[in-house]
Design a protein around this ligand. Sequence first.
Ligand SMILES: [Zn+2]
Length: 424
Amino acid sequence: MLLRGNTIEAVGSTRELSAQADEIVDARGLVLLPGLVNTHHHFYQTLTRNLPEGQDAELFDWLVAHYPVWARLTPEAIRASTATAIAELLLSGCTTAADHCYMWPNGARVDDQIAVAREMGLRFHASRGSMSLGRSRGGLPPDEAVEDEDAILRDSERVIAEHHDPSRYAMTRVVLAPCSPFSVTPGLMRASAELARKHGVHLHTHLCETVDEERYCLETYGQRPVPFAESLGWSGPDVWFAHAIHMAPEELARLGRSRTGVAHCPTSNMRLGSGIAPVLAQRDAGMRVGLGVDGSASNDGSHLLDEVRHAMLLQRVAHGAKAMSAREALRLATRGGASVLGRDDVGMLAPGMAADLIGIRVDDLATAGGSVHDPLAATVFCRIPNVALSIVNGAVRVRDGRLLDVDLPELIARHDAAARALVA
Ligand SMILES: [Zn+2]
């Protein structure tokens, strides 16, 4: 593969490519893949992984246990958790990620995340997420965890103006992302959609994650989640939903026709006992489907290659061993994810695409035996600890399995000090 600047210039056998280059990376023993795309995460939740009160809870109880802790987030906590999540993502094959932070207490801002992602070299879709419906008005979060809607919309417009880059190979894009039907008002959903479309940015929220959410929508709005979202302008090629588990066949058929996207998060869905998403039916209906690790407090990791493996395995639990192949799972994590984020410049190794690629070692312990038969499928069937090589936008970020320019022990100490302060 010949890279020039931040793009792929040529792909072929070593014989076909020029032997002249400023730098030659020896990739013998590696399977090269397009960098993986993570379509749903909450970086800040690395701070509250494995919180005892949330270990055995389903979504609503899990959220209620976490909200008061998250309400103590600070700018430093946001920066340390963003760096921690990005380190895990880069080491596990991710080169493009969308994050969904929806709480900005104590002066925290999305700018804090964007600065860290730029420094670490991850291609980043930052959400100006939000919550506005506190408990006293019928929402799930406590009142001290929600923001004023005018302030949310004003800051959304500021973040778009300051950070959104619509150009090809952009390293930073902005997304508007009210949190869920039970934590924002219909008015904020509608206003966010209007603002996003005025500026050409994409829209993201949680939808159809649990039966509790469906019950909430029926009781509060007299509608199931999908028609409720559609009635507020929330469907189309610029919208993607996290989870999308409890969808009726006619609902996903409609969302397929509108080319709405899905972030499938199998580990989190298993962890919270939320259910098995109908991703194959969604894909067949025309929805855009990608994978996400979801927040680090319901996973409790940010390992994207694990998510590929779990996506394949979970569909087999529901539909048998032929349901999803290793190649199909990789397709969801690459081209699928790119399409969910609205990108045609990542997710493939081809001339003209961004120089985002990963190398997975298939000559060591984890793949011993497996790579003899099918090295590509071995990257999914076998349990890969971390990638050996990662290049993002033409820059090497992981070499010989080590993250460059990051002092991990120092980062972990900083991160865990912030995590302790949240529960002190
Ligand atoms: Zn989520």
